[in-house]
Design a protein around this ligand. Structure first.
Ligand code: IFM
Length: 463
C-alpha cells in the first residue's frame, strides 16, 4: 500500500465560487464582482451573486462532507468579508461565518485547510492599483494577521495564496480574469508583489501562530513540445520561458531565492518592481506546498507563416514572452467539457520533478485535481464515469509518485460542488456533487460515491 496511513483525503472549493451572498453581512465588493458586472467578461453574463448559496446553506453542506467521509476540507476566506475595503475596518460578521464553518468542520472531525487568497481582491485595493501596487502586499499581511489570530486555536495549516500565476498572468496579461488587464509589465509586477505578499504572510503566521504550518498553493505542470523542432527554432526558448512563468518563477523564488534568469534577462518589463531584500522575504521557509494539477502544458512548434503570426503581439499591448514559434497542442486523452486534455502521468512526473529539483522542498499536497463533465441525471442518478476514470488515473499517478519518493501527504478533489467557474460562468461543472443552480438541490454524482469508497479503503480500490 503506497498511500501513507495518515494520508489526508479531502475536497476543495473557494469563496467566490460557492458562497454567493455578496452583499450579506457587510461584505465589501471584490474585483470579481466588478469583472462579472462588466458586460462581455463572463460567459452568459453569469455572476457569483448567488453561486451555490453556500453562505446560507453551510450547515447542510457540512453534513454532506461528513457523509462523504472527508478528512479535510480546503476552502478560502474572502478578504472582502473580513475587511470590506481591504484595509482598516474589520467586519466581525464575516469572521463569524468562518468561525461557524471551522467549528462545524471540527465537530465533524474534518480538518479545516483555509486559503487566505483565492482571487477575490477587495475592489477598494484595485482602485489603488491592485497587485501592481507594492502596498497591497502589506495590506495582505495585515489581513492575514486578523484571520490567523482569530482562528489560531483551531487551524493548524494555512495556505497564503491560490495559484498566483492565474492572478498575475490571466488577470493582467491575458485579461480573461479579473481585473482584466492586458499589460505584460503589470503582470510581472503583480507576479512579484503576490510573492512578496506570500512571504510577508508567512512571517505573520510564524509570529501569530508559531505551531501552525504555512504554505502556498501553485498550479504547476510539465511544460514541453510534443513534436521535435530544429535546434535553432524559437520554440525551444518559448518553452523555457513558459516553464519559467508557469513553474519556476514561484518555485525558484521560494526555494532558491531567485527568479529564473531567462525571465530576468528580459529586463525592465520583468524586473521593474523587484527591490533589494525582496527575495529574502519571499524565500522564508514554508512547511508545505500545495499543487493544483489538471493537465500538462503541451505545445507544438510552428513553421513559416504560422510562426510569424504566433510571434505577433498576443496581448495587444506588448508581447508576452514565450509566445514565439509555438501554439498549444491539440488536446489528448479523454477531452473534458472545458477542452482540456487528460494527461495523468504528468502529475507523477511533476511530483517527481519537484522532489528531484528542489532540495528544500517541504511536504506536498495535491490541493486540486478534477475535471469538468456535465453528464445527465437519469432517475436521480448521474453516471459520470469519465470523471471517475479521471480521478482514478490521477490518484494512481500520485501513488506511483509516492513510490518513487515524492513526499505527498494528501489529495483534494476539485471540486466538492459544481460552482462558478470564473470566466466560464456556470457552464463548466467540476463537482463530484451536482448542484441544480435554480433549486440549489445537491445530488451526489457517482464520482462522489467512488471517492467515498476511495477514502474508506484508503486508496486500495484503485485497480
Ligand atoms: O475553478 C478553478 C479554481 O478556482 C482554481 N483552480 C482551477 C479550477 C478549475 O479551473
Amino acid at each position: 500500500m503506497s498511500f501513507p496511513a495518515n494520508f489526508l483525503w479531502g475536497a476543495a472549493t473557494s469563496s467566490y465560487q460557492i458562497e454567493g451572498a455578496v452583499k450579506q453581512d457587510g461584505r465589501g465588493s471584490s474585483i470579481w464582482d466588478d469583472f462579472c458586472y462588466t458586460e462581455g467578461r463572463v460567459a452568459n453574463g453569469d455572476t457569483g451573486d448567488v453561486a451555490i448559496d453556500h453562505y446560507n446553506r453551510m450547515p447542510q453542506d457540512l453534513d454532506i462532507m461528513s457523509e462523504l467521509g472527508l478528512h479535510a476540507y480546503r476552502f478560502s476566506i474572502a478578504w472582502p468579508r473580513i475587511k470590506p475595503l481591504g484595509r482598516g475596518q474589520i467586519e466581525t460578521r464575516g469572521l463569524d461565518f468562518y468561525d461557524r464553518l471551522i467549528d462545524g468542520l471540527l465537530a465533524r472531525n474534518i480538518t479545516p485547510l483555509p486559503t487566505l487568497y483565492h482571487w477575490d481582491l477587495p475592489s477598494a485595493l484595485q482602485q489603488i492599483g491592485g497587485w501592481t501596487n507594492r502596498e497591497v502586499a502589506d495590506h495582505f499581511a495585515e489581513y492575514t494577521a486578523v484571520v490567523v489570530n482569530k482562528f489560531k486555536d483551531r487551524v493548524d495549516q494555512w495556505a497564503t495564496l491560490n495559484e498566483p500565476w492565474v492572478s498575475a498572468f490571466l488577470g493582467h496579461a491575458a485579461g480573461i480574469h479579473a481585473p482584466g488587464l492586458q499589460d505584460p509589465a503589470a503582470a510581472f509586477s503583480a507576479a512579484h508583489h503576490l510573492m512578496l505578499a506570500h512571504g510577508k504572510a508567512v512571517q505573520v503566521i510564524r509570529d501569530v501562530a508559531p505551531k501552525a504550518k504555512a504554505g502556498i498553493v501553485l498550479n504547476l505542470a510539465p511544460v514541453y513540445l510534443t513534436e521535435p523542432a530544429p535546434d535553432d527554432h524559437p520554440a525551444h526558448q518559448s518553452i523555457k520561458l513558459q516553464d519559467a512563468m508557469l513553474n519556476r518563477w514561484w518555485l525558484d523564488s521560494m526555494f532558491k531565492s531567485n527568479y529564473p534568469e531567462a525571465l530576468l534577462n528580459l529586463g525592465d518589463m520583468v524586473t521593474n518592481s523587484i527591490q533589494d531584500g525582496d527575495l529574502a522575504e519571499i524565500s522564508r521557509p514554508i512547511d508545505w506546498l500545495g499543487i493544483n494539477y489538471y493537465q500538462d502544458s503541451r505545445s507544438v512548434p510552428v513553421f513559416g507563416n504560422e510562426e510569424a503570426v504566433q510571434a505577433l503581439d498576443s496581448t495587444g499591448n506588448g508581447a508576452m514572452p514565450g509566445d514565439r514559434g509555438i501554439r498549444m497542442a491539440d488536446p489528448v486523452g479523454e477531452i473534458t467539457d472545458f477542452g482540456w486534455s487528460t494527461t495523468p502521468d504528468g502529475l507523477r512526473r511533476l511530483l517527481v520533478m519537484l522532489t528531484e529539483d528542489y532540495e528544500n522542498l517541504p511536504e506536498m499536497y495535491v490541493t486540486e485535481n478534477g475535471c469538468a463533465y456535465d453528464d445527465p441525471m437519469v432517475d436521480g442518478k448521474i453516471e459520470d464515469s469519465r470523471r471517475i476514470e479521471y480521478l482514478r488515473a490521477h490518484l494512481k499517478s500520485v501513488e506511483m509518485a509516492i513510490e518513487e519518493g515524492a513526499d505527498v501527504r494528501g489529495y483534494m478533489v476539485w471540486s466538492l460542488f459544481d460552482n462558478f467557474e470564473w470566466a466560464e460562468g456556470y457552464r463548466q461543472r467540476f463537482g463530484i456533487i451536482h448542484v441544480d443552480f435554480d433549486t440549489q438541490v445537491r445530488t451526489l454524482r457517482e464520482s462522489a460515491h467512488f471517492y467515498k469508497e476511495v477514502i474508506t479503503t484508503k486508496g486500495e480500490n484503485l485497480g
